[in-house]
Design a protein around this ligand. Structure first.
Ligand code: NAD
Length: 476
């Protein structure tokens, strides 16, 4: 990476921090104004952005992009504006008896951190840059964004648009490959929010640690589906198919694999197959169905299926239109179900991130629970069934970032719920009041009364009877 690129990033960081410091305390109206401008940008250029995302992917339905990247993000901006006053209100806290009676006061002020870096991936390039941005602004910060190099056209357009709607000391975009990303993650931000893979997340955290920059890591993982005996397999199958095929499975929260009762395997698979066929009667000639983002990602998925087949899995390709995929460079891949999977298969070792669905069977639900607990803590976890006791058993015996019951992925779209992972699937969260707090500094302010509290409490030398009495009182 050219030195002048690093210099440009360092220069903007300095300018943003100087502007932030100089303008404090900035009125809440300014935060609202920045969120409104971000929403305006998305409304005015949503269609361009959707076309550009389609060009980056090869094929990605503008309808889908409008829902997942534009309208959903505008909605989140609206939610932030609605809650801004309440979130940013100073909170009174209690003081120990009898300090309150003596006039002592304690409060928490949620203050902006300063300049926040946003490192985003390619799978929802607008949502995962502008979503965090809305809450970074809500908390009164400024932002520098480094979008993904895999959706290069969208990243370039994002840069142009941000330059049109914001001054560089409010928000700036830097494009480029992993070298730029690496330099970006080494900058001494006041906070860094990264969305991407677990492996890159570890590198980002290491780079941030050099400057003790706090991080929010929104990572991935293998999010399991638990299907209980009591599940409605047709409805559940359709929901799993929708979640697995949206964006061609390139979703951090996509149901990664499915655990079904041994005796219900065929019924469960038929539910998924029928759901997929009803939504996508064709795949190749279907604008609703997204391409895999690059040849490299496509080849990885193909070799994952070949690896499973070679190691004994049964491969079911859901290809209702009987289309020929062999002579196309569209990078479209039909839903591919893998039966009889084993742990040595690549598909069971890494996050799939594509339309491949391994199916595992259990005799007792505890087998499935134990399996999930033996592996990395997932980002999402899904339970299907009508058995509330079993549902609670699954929920209370496992750990995951979030949960959707009787569907997949949907918890992320609840604006008021914190979204984030746990352990290898991430740390920290945004959305909800938690996101506002993630990008704020909770500053404690204690006001001492006139009376000499230190003397009264026996903390003031010379130590003596008052000290002994105070210690006794505290230990009682
Ligand atoms: P990635 O980790 O390859 O890339 C993400 C970003 O990191 C890109 O902007 C890239 O330029 C940058 N990067 C690459 N190398 C870097 C380095 N050495 N140092 C610093 N930054 C670097 O992820 P991806 O392939 O773009 O996205 C897919 C992954 O993201 C999946 O694992 C998925 O589960 C995860 N994801 C998570 C969420 C979430 O909200 N939890 C959302 C979407 C995707």
């Amino acid at each position: 990476m050219a030195d002048n690129q690093l210099n440009a990033m360092e220069d903007i960081l300095r300018k943003q921090r100087a502007a932030h410091t100089q303008m404090r305390p900035e009125p809440i109206a300014m935060r609202r104004n920045r969120i409104e401008r971000a929403m305006k940008l998305l409304k005015e250029h949503g269609e361009d952005l959707c076309k550009t995302m389609a060009a980056d992917f090869g094929n990605r339905s503008p309808h889908q992009s409008m829902i997942t990247d534009i309208a959903g993000t505008v909605g989140f901006g609206k939610y932030c504006i609605k809650h801004l006053d309440k979130w940013s209100r100073t909170q009174r806290r209690s003081v120990q008896f009898p300090l309150g009676l003596l006039g002592a006061k304690a409060e928490v002020r949620y203050e902006p951190k300063g300049v926040i870096g946003i490192l985003s991936p390619w799978n929802f390039p607008v949502n995962l840059s502008f979503g965090p941005l809305m809450q970074v602004f809500a908390a009164g910060n400024r932002a520098m964004i480094k979008p993904s190099e895999f959706t290069e056209k969208t990243s370039m357009l994002t840069k142009e648009l941000i330059e049109e709607y914001f001054t560089p000391d409010e928000c700036a975009v830097f494009t480029g490959g992993p070298d730029v990303a690496q330099a970006f993650s080494s900058l001494p931000f006041d906070h860094l929010v990264f969305t991407g893979s677990t492996a890159t997340g570890a590198k980002v955290m290491e780079a941030a640690a050099k400057n003790l920059v706090p991080v929010t890591l929104e990572l991935g993982g293998k999010s399991p589906v638990f299907m209980g005996e009591s599940a409605d397999f047709a409805a559940a199958g359709e929901r799993v198919a929708l979640g697995k095929m949206l964006n061609a499975g390139q979703i951090c929260l996509a149901p990664d694999y499915m655990y079904v009762p041994e005796s219900k395997q065929d019924e469960a698979i038929s539910g998924v197959t029928q759901g997929a066929e009803a939504m996508y009667p064709t795949v190749l000639a279907n604008e609703d169905y997204a391409s895999v983002v690059t040849d490299r990602h496509f080849d990885r998925l193909q070799s994952m299926v070949a690896d499973a087949k070679g190691k004994g899995a049964e491969v079911i390709e859901v290809n209702p239109g009987n289309e020929d995929f062999s002579n196309t460079n569209a990078r479209k891949m039909p839903l591919t179900i893998l039966k009889n999977v084993t742990e040595d298969m690549q598909a069971m070792q890494e996050e799939i991130f594509g339309p491949v669905l391994p199916v595992k069977t259990y005799r007792s639900m505890d087998e499935a629970i134990d399996y999930v607990n033996e592996n990395d803590r997932p980002l999402g976890l899904y339970y299907f069934g009508a058995d509330k006791a079993e549902q609670e058993h699954v929920l209370t015996r496992t750990i995951s970032g979030g949960v959707t019951v009787n569907d997949v992925i949907f918890h992320v779209s609840m604006e008021d719920l914190p979204f984030g992972g746990v352990g290898p699937s991430g740390m920290g969260s945004y959305h909800g009041i938690e996101g506002f707090r993630e990008f704020s500094h909770a500053r404690s302010v204690y006001t001492q009364p006139k009376i000499d509290v230190a003397k009264l409490g026996g903390f003031k030398p010379p130590y003596g009877a008052a000290t002994v009495k105070a210690v006794k009182g505290l230990m009682k």
